[in-house]
Design a protein around this ligand. Structure first.
Ligand code: TQI
Ligand code: ZN
Ligand code: ZN
Length: 161
């Protein structure tokens, strides 16, 4: 089943703005691909709830981008392998993707599917913790491409908001 962060932090509005940050120079995925993938993942979360997401270039609720190693938030990445990404609980919408992973839009092994990870991290940004349902987007293990929500993920979001 789904879980939440301690204290059940959540957004106090349903219309969230988002933006992407500039890419570090070593990332194989272009900024436009990241924008498209993020848009896909946000659309997936939009099903069966009241959230809307609009891209901006200014002040935003969700701020997503690639970062590498130490990047100023006290949670350094670890180079290739290990941690893939992290995201903060509401109402801090930062989502960081480890720039040193083998990202792709196919997920063909040994690459990591960017949309799958963005979908999972957005769940954290919306207030979901990990699920012990192994088929949920919010399950804590990467098991290849997973781009659709399970009932457990939808229930988690709907019972928080
Ligand atoms: N990154 C962890 C994650 O997002 C960071 C993390 C560890 C975390 N413990 C946490 C975040 C507790 C919130 C609460 O889960 S990760 C997967 C998955 C990771 C893992 O790099 O391990 C995905 C990132 F689920 F596939 F294993 C994305 Cl999709
Ligand atoms: Zn970070
Ligand atoms: Zn997670």
């Amino acid at each position: 089943n789904y879980s939440y962060f301690p204290g059940n932090p959540k957004w106090s509005k349903f219309n969230l703005k988002y933006r992407v940050t500039a890419n570090p120079s070593n990332v194989a995925v272009s900024l436009n691909v990241l924008r498209q993938v993020l848009s896909n993942a946000l659309n997936t979360w939009r099903q069966n709830n009241s959230f809307t997401f609009n891209e901006t270039t200014g002040v935003s609720d969700i701020v997503a981008g690639f970062q590498r190693l130490s990047h100023g938030d006290g949670n350094p990445f670890d180079g290739r392998g290990g941690v893939l990404a992290h995201a903060f609980a509401p109402q801090d919408g930062r989502m960081h993707l480890d720039a040193d992973e083998r990202w792709s839009t196919t997920g063909i092994s040994p690459t990591i599917d960017l949309e799958t990870v963005c979908l999972h991290e957005l769940g954290h940004n919306l207030g979901l913790g990990h699920s012990n349902d192994p088929n949920a987007v919010m399950a804590p293990t990467y098991a290849g491409v997973r781009r659709t929500l399970r009932q457990d993920d939808k229930d988690g979001l709907n019972n928080l908001y």
